[in-house]
Design a protein around this ligand. Structure first.
Ligand code: DAH
Length: 344
């Protein structure tokens, strides 16, 4: 039996020495070490051996197996290495070739301004809320104290979907929407940016679609001085710490009293220049104390609480800030225009 094992080993090693492919190697592995191979067969016959012989022959058989396995492994490693080398050679890449640059996008200048404004108000404890652009007549007008026959509606003609549903003309409908959502709880304190729509003939300063940012604060004991302080803080963060504001009486159906808010010209500091049309002031938003009827209609008691609201147009602020002279630039998607703001 010892001789048989020895000659088996010799035969296997001779055959293995001549293998030239992985395929052959795995065939030989099965031939010599497989379940139906000669080694297995010899081991099976060990039962016929005497108790003294069995461990000796067992040892020899194990040595033979180990020797064959070692050669197979060695060959396998050599094949794998050769294969890897071949692949590396076939895949050589020329690292001196110039790369293909990926175009890098940038935030649209209008969105940039909206984000800046959001940051300032978030810093003052406001949340940012978004509302639907397709709005009902109720939220867009009626709940804001603009009944169906109100003349102030004339300035906000829009795109109607039905008699009762339209593209919102302002972000103000977020006032009643949020009040209803909060069900009389205070404080109410949010801003709401978004797109608005009006029937308008587009020109350098008019667009049938533009953006607004609404703001609303309601709590116990909110006064006009809170409105003034909040807006002063806002314009100083946006336009610089020396900026002043000026409130002029105005009219909005949903605020009483209502004001138009001007900022001191950030170009000339207030002495008068082309940007401020030599007045020293630039109008940037409308605001006022929330009308008691508006509070009442949305479930707030005007005896218990009061509030202020404001609304502004980010396009106008961006145009002033960056010296853009045509509102249509924001919407035409001309890369030559947009690239100028990519670094901001
Ligand atoms: N919604 C007004 C507009 O489109 C802007 C506005 C003015 C909003 C005064 C307000 C406000 O909240 O208090 O003209």
């Amino acid at each position: 039996m010892r001789e048989r094992l020895e000659s088996l080993k010799q035969e296997a090693l001779r055959e293995l020495a001549g293998v030239s492919s992985q395929q052959e190697l795995s065939e030989l592995r099965i031939k010599y070490l497989g379940k139906k191979g000669p080694l297995t067969e010899i081991l099976r016959g060990m039962g016929a051996l005497s108790a003294e012989e069995r461990p000796v022959i067992g040892q020899v058989a194990n040595d033979v197996r180990a020797a064959i396995e070692a050669v197979i492994e060695e060959k396998q490693a050599a094949f794998t290495k050769a294969e890897t080398e071949q692949r590396l050679q076939a895949e050589t890449i020329d690292v001196t070739l110039p790369g293909r640059p990926l175009p890098v996008g940038a935030v649209h200048p209008l969105n940039k301004v909206i984000q800046e404004i959001e940051d300032v108000f978030i810093g003052m404890g406001f949340t940012v809320e978004e509302g639907p652009e397709v709005e009902t007549d109720y939220y867009n007008f009626e709940a804001l104290n603009l009944p169906k026959d109100h003349p102030a509606r004339d300035m906000q003609d829009s795109f109607y979907i039905t008699d009762e549903i339209l593209m919102r003309t302002q972000t103000s409908p977020m006032q009643p929407r949020m009040m209803e959502r909060l069900k009389g709880a205070v404080p109410v304190k949010f801003i709401s940016p978004g797109k608005v729509y009006r029937r308008d003939d587009d020109d350098a300063t008019h667009s049938h679609q533009f953006t607004q940012i609404e703001g609303l604060v309601i709590d116990k004991g909110i006064r006009m001085s809170d409105l003034k302080g909040t807006l002063l803080q806002f314009v100083r963060e946006l336009f610089g710490q020396r900026t002043q504001i000026r409130l002029r009486p105005s009219f909005f159906p949903f605020t009483e009293p209502s004001v138009e808010v001007d900022v001191s010209c950030f170009m000339c500091g207030g002495s008068g220049c082309r940007l401020c049309k030599h007045t020293g002031w630039i109008e940037i938003l409308g605001a006022g104390m929330v009308h008691p009827r508006v509070l009442e209609m949305s479930g707030y008691d005007p005896v218990q609480v009061s509030g202020f609201a404001f609304g502004m147009g980010p396009e106008r602020i961006a145009m002033l800030k960056y010296g853009i002279d045509d509102i249509r630039n924001f919407y035409n998607n001309d890369l030559r225009f947009l690239r100028q703001f990519a670094h901001l």
